[in-house]
Every structure is written in C-alpha cells, then in structure tokens.
Design a protein around this ligand. Structure first.
Ligand SMILES: [Zn+2]
Length: 57
C-alpha cells in the first residue's frame, strides 16, 4: 500500500486533537484546508500545508 498523508493538529495546537490520515493526498489536503480554515481561522495554501502541517507516514 502507498504512503498515508497525515495532519496531526495536536503537534501545532494545545487544544485541538484533530487528526487526519488518508492515502488519498487530495482528500487529505481538502480536509486539512477545511479544518484549518473553519476551526483555526487560518487560510493556508496547499504549499503551506505541505511544508508545515502534513506528514507522510
Ligand atoms: Zn485543529
């Protein structure tokens, strides 16, 4: 199986326990973008998500 793309919000926030893990990269990006925008009021680009938030596991 392929790599999974993971966003672990706990790594960047003390209060959020949100975790996304998906083997579908575009799905992970979409879920992460929506989460960061609605919950953390951060409008992150795909590149910023890759550099700062998404891990490949
Ligand atoms: Zn969060």
């Amino acid at each position: 199986m392929g790599d999974a793309h993971k966003l672990d919000c706990e790594a960047v926030s003390d209060t959020c326990r949100f975790i996304i893990q998906s083997e579908n990269e575009s799905e992970a990006i979409e879920l992460a973008t929506t989460h960061m925008k609605t919950v953390h009021d951060q409008d992150l680009s795909e590149r910023e998500l890759h550099e700062d938030h998404l891990q490949v596991v």
